[in-house]
Write a protein that binds this ligand. Structure first.
Ligand code: URA
Length: 369
């Protein structure tokens, strides 16, 4: 090759390198700008319809959770939350937090314990396990509604992206075998309205109580009756303001109706498509829907109300039934976090609570916070 040809080739190569460098610079710029745009997007929470007065609260004090935006960096502490699980008692939610920690493959160092982040508030308990927040809500709509106002503000201040809220609990079944998991399609109140009534300035406002139909169906499909030994059904839920007369029981301190009237009411509920009775679903459904939060209510029936009022099932059986909605929610979270398991490990995956966490689930293991 003569010097002239060599010079030409060098020239061409230089031009090519220059063009490629230019292209690389362009790509780097594009990636940087793209990431910056994504980061900007992530800066906003996905919660909607919030009070216009929230930005004026400096700090915002979440009184019943004993948290505030001045002393807690919400995005840092809670920004990774993807699931918010609610249940009645502090004890149940602490146990659930340890359970879900194992199920999603997280670990605490040997001597460490999960901390109740709201302990000093003496109202609700709040535990954080990686992307899962676990909170106790007490009994009834007023109690869960106060908690939800504060949890919704918490995920908003933390800039959480599309958090999913799930209430796990117990209920009285209507025409279902005790031990059945009932997933709510729509909550109705004591007057049989598909609404949550909020009285503002002396006027009653009715807020819709439809729950996410897709999520309810997905949770149902995660139950494998043949293997699990129980079934899950989707149906309407009566949300009562009382455990006794409000649920047509005969065994409260007071009762001014007959057993025939009680059965007539429960039959009417059944004809309306109601499959269970509990005490928080209207507030839970209405507040999460108002905030544009995907949510579900999953309760295990601890008796069939068509057959009686008193709960006589032994405590250890009740504890086993308590685990049923928790098992399904654990499968749901693992699916969301890690995807579906390989076919051949499906059975082990389903019954993870009884086994060690397999490697494929542990793939993205991190320390719990
Ligand atoms: N929770 C209720 O509200 N009612 C029942 O019958 C059982 C649990």
């Amino acid at each position: 090759m003569c010097n002239k040809d060599l010079g030409k080739e060098i020239c061409e190569l230089k031009a090519m390198v220059k063009a490629q460098n230019k292209r690389i610079d362009m790509l780097i710029k594009h990636v940087k700008e793209g990431c910056a745009a994504d980061e900007d997007k992530e800066k906003e929470s996905t919660i909607q319809n919030l009070s216009p007065y929230l930005p004026c609260l400096c700090p915002d004090v979440l009184f019943h959770l004993n948290l505030d935006t001045a002393t807690t960096a919400f995005p840092k502490v809670f920004g990774d939350v993807r699931f918010v699980c609610l249940g009645g008692t502090a004890h149940r939610m602490e146990a659930f937090a340890y359970f879900i920690m194992r199920e999603i493959g997280l670990k605490l160092s040997t001597s460490a314990k999960l901390k109740d982040l709201s302990e000093d508030g003496h109202r609700y308990a709040l535990f954080k396990v990686g992307p899962v927040l676990c909170a106790s809500h007490g009994i009834g709509c007023p109690s869960i509604s106060i908690l939800l106002h504060e949890l919704i503000k918490l995920v908003h201040h933390a800039k959480c992206q599309n958090p999913i809220f799930i209430r796990l609990g117990t209920c009285g079944g209507i025409g279902v075998e005790p031990g059945t998991v009932v997933i709510t399609s729509e909550a109705i109140d004591g007057q049989l309205r598909a609404a949550h009534e909020v009285v503002v300035h002396g006027q009653a406002q009715l807020r819709p109580t439809q729950l996410d139909a897709e999520l309810a169906e997905e949770l149902k499909t995660l139950c494998k009756p043949g293997k699990d030994g129980f079934v899950a059904v989707v149906g309407k839920t009566l949300c009562a303001n009382d455990f006794y007369e409000g649920q047509s029981r005969l065994d409260g301190a007071f009762c001014d109706y007959t057993p025939a009237k009680k059965l007539e009411f429960l039959q009417r509920l059944s004809e309306l498509g109601v499959t269970n009775i509990e005490m928080e679903s209207t507030a839970f459904a209405a507040l999460t829907a108002q905030a544009n939060i995907k949510s579900a209510v999953m309760c295990v029936a601890i008796l069939n109300r068509l057959e009686g009022d008193q709960i006589t099932t032994p405590l250890d059986t009740l504890h086993q039934w308590d685990m049923r909605p928790q098992m399904l929610v654990a499968r749901y979270m693992r699916r969301v976090l890690y995807g579906d398991p390989p076919e051949e490990t499906y059975e082990c995956w389903c019954s993870l609570s009884k086994h060690d966490v397999p490697d494929e689930v542990r793939a993205t293991t991190q320390e719990c916070s």
